[in-house]
Design a protein around this ligand. Structure first.
Ligand code: G3I
Length: 452
């Protein structure tokens, strides 16, 4: 039986992304590579480029309806290298009637982002809120099946196009209980969250799978501890969770606290990546924005920061003027503070220092993909296998990419030509291959590693 291996698939964020992004920045200097990250100026002068210099991303929530606003799209294309659809991937948007899926607005954002070299965070597959009426009125096993079908269908539609999914959003209660939030999904059984993660992994094995929540910033809060205990439990039982998103909607009632860095580092120590996913701060104080960015940069597994909108007028809390650009699209003091914090920060060590507290199941091995040399039309990758000397590793590239050559292993191919099965041939535990990009620079994905 092929076991899913503990592959390293941090494709466009995480410490290994630094190599790819650094190469991208260098490639920008060459006229021939202008299409790789168009809209990203030289490092140090925009949020995305400065974050990339530090092996991170800087993202924003995007509303499809605003893409035709030239002030909005000009800032988006110039400053950001990660995009989260603000509402367009939610359940009511993607499955407005049961079994009838609607991806138009989400596809519009994904295409806008990816054609400009930005990555996409999917938000969100399973949530108690913004359910369409048909789902709101469901319960029990019918709801469980409908939820899992939704996760499978949507993750499959966007397979290979999103780097991370908020698989489950906001499943814990506020207050002092540290318990799950009551909802129709929770009432289907306490295992609904892990079931959603397993379905998402099966549908898109290359995407990072995240749990996302708000009011989980303060390390001492019961809600933070409740989520922490769930993630620790998931890691110990092999539930496929890769990351935790901290929404970080800060305001006078729910302020930034100095133990935020402790929260990020404590979760990271469980063996998950962490991200700041929906940042906005009432009044946009420059010092607080600076602190949030510094806290992320201080944690090796904090991959990046996403703000929840571009201009104050785009915010769900517009009256609090919580964002980095004013309603005219001018940079605010908070913008300068964030840019300075990014430029003063450090890149994480590579490889990361934290190790997931799980061991590969017997019969499996670990295969880690690393970026190699990159040219104008192709790039090299190498895969290091540990845990077995006789191994079989399955690697997929994204069409229209094609693997043009391999070394230090015996390859075979599926009928599509995009999935390569590489077997050890006595040359050691590192094999390599060259991928013709054909216009697509997605990182190849290790799908499995099997010991024999
Ligand atoms: O598009 C319709 C429009 O046609 C209609 O006329 C109008 C009338 O109310 O509603 C419009 O839809 C609104 C939608 O935003 C787009 O503007 C919805 O009513 C409104 O509920 C929706 O709010 C979104 C909210 O999630 C819903 O829960 C916000 O834009 C969005 O920023 C917010 O995002 C959430 C994250 O997903 C999860 N974390 C918290 C965050 C803030 O609440």
């Amino acid at each position: 039986m092929i076991e899913r291996c503990q592959e390293d698939t941090r494709p466009r964020f995480g410490p290994r992304a630094r190599t790819a992004v650094g190469l991208a920045a260098a490639a920008l200097l060459a006229a021939t590579s202008a299409a790789f990250l168009p809209g990203t100026a030289s490092a140090g002068t925009t949020l995305g480029a400065s974050a990339a210099e530090k092996g991170r991303y800087f993202g924003t929530a995007v509303a499809a309806s605003r893409l035709s606003d030239s002030t909005y799209s000009t800032i988006l294309n110039r400053e950001f290298n990660m995009v989260t659809p603000e509402n367009e991937m939610k359940i009511d948007a993607t499955e407005p009637q049961q079994g009838r899926f609607s991806y138009g607005a989400a596809d519009q954002i994904v295409n806008h982002a990816r054609s400009r070299g930005m990555s996409v965070r999917g938000h969100t597959l399973a949530w108690h809120s913004q359910q369409p009426p048909w789902m709101e009125s469901m319960s029990g096993s019918a709801l469980r099946s409908a939820m899992l079908n939704h996760v499978t269908q949507v993750a499959t539609h966007f397979r290979g196009q999103v780097v991370a999914w908020d698989v489950v959003n906001e499943a814990f209660a506020d207050g002092s209980s540290g318990a799950r939030r009551d909802s129709n999904l929770q009432r289907t059984g306490n295992d609904w969250i892990e079931a959603a993660f397993r379905a998402a992994r099966a549908a898109d094995p290359g995407a990072k799978l995240c749990y996302n929540d708000y009011n989980t910033d303060n390390w001492t809060h019961a809600k933070t501890q409740g989520v922490y205990n769930m993630v620790r439990d998931f890691k110990s039982r092999g539930v496929p969770i890769d990351c935790v998103g901290f929404q970080s909607h800060f305001n006078n009632d729910s302020p930034y606290v100095s133990n935020y860095r402790t929260t990020l580092s404590s979760f990271a120590a469980l063996g998950v990546d962490v991200q700041v996913t929906e940042l906005d701060i009432q009044g946009a104080p420059a010092n607080t924005y600076r602190s949030v960015v510094e806290d992320c940069l201080a944690v090796a597994r904090c991959n990046g920061v996403t703000v929840w909108g571009i201009r104050d007028s785009d915010s769900w809390r517009a009256s609090q003027t919580p964002l980095l650009f004013n309603s005219s699209g001018q940079k605010k003091a908070a913008y300068d503070a964030v840019l300075a914090a990014l430029n003063n920060g450090t890149a994480p060590t590579d490889p990361p220092t934290t190790t997931p507290p799980t061991t590969p199941p017997s019969g499996s091995c670990t295969a880690t993909l690393q970026d190699g040399t990159r040219w104008g039309d192709r790039f090299n990758s190498s895969v290091t296998v540990s845990g077995a000397s006789n191994w079989t590793v399955v690697v997929a590239v994204t069409p229209p990419q094609k693997v043009s050559s391999t070394w230090s292993g015996s390859p075979s191919w599926d009928t599509s030509g995009n999935v390569m099965t590489m077997r050890s041939n006595g040359s050691g535990n590192v094999f390599g291959f060259t991928t013709m990009a054909n216009g697509n620079w997605n990182r190849p994905v290790v799908q499995s590693c099997t010991a024999s």
